[in-house]
Ligand binder design. Sequence first.
Ligand SMILES: [Zn+2]
Length: 127
Amino acid sequence: MTKNCPCGSTLFYADCCQPFHDNKTLPRTAEALMRSRYSAYVLQNTEYLLATWYKSTRPKHLDFSDENVNWQNLEILHTKKGSAKDDKGRVEFNAFYVQDGESRLIHEISRFKKIDGRWFYIDGVLD
Ligand SMILES: [Zn+2]
């Protein structure tokens, strides 16, 4: 597959988020995990979203079948820590989507934690 990655990196999906989704490799940074989770939302890959969610904040299940959210793009605004050397990180982003014919935006600061070399999404502050 030579499609551009849904995370907006300008790389092909196969060279960007797909290896994470396929469990071939792990994201090294909080931002890479953030991007791969955004791509998973676009592709409705609930399994990946749940697998990368910190256990105490993880929802029991995710179901997008009734949702008519059409993700447009992701814009990373700022990252704090979250590098390959860190075990915590924050990523501030805008995620643009269309729902019911209206353009909308989520602005969130997400918190991530690395456990045993794997990054997890903890939660996010919306504003
Ligand atoms: Zn990607």
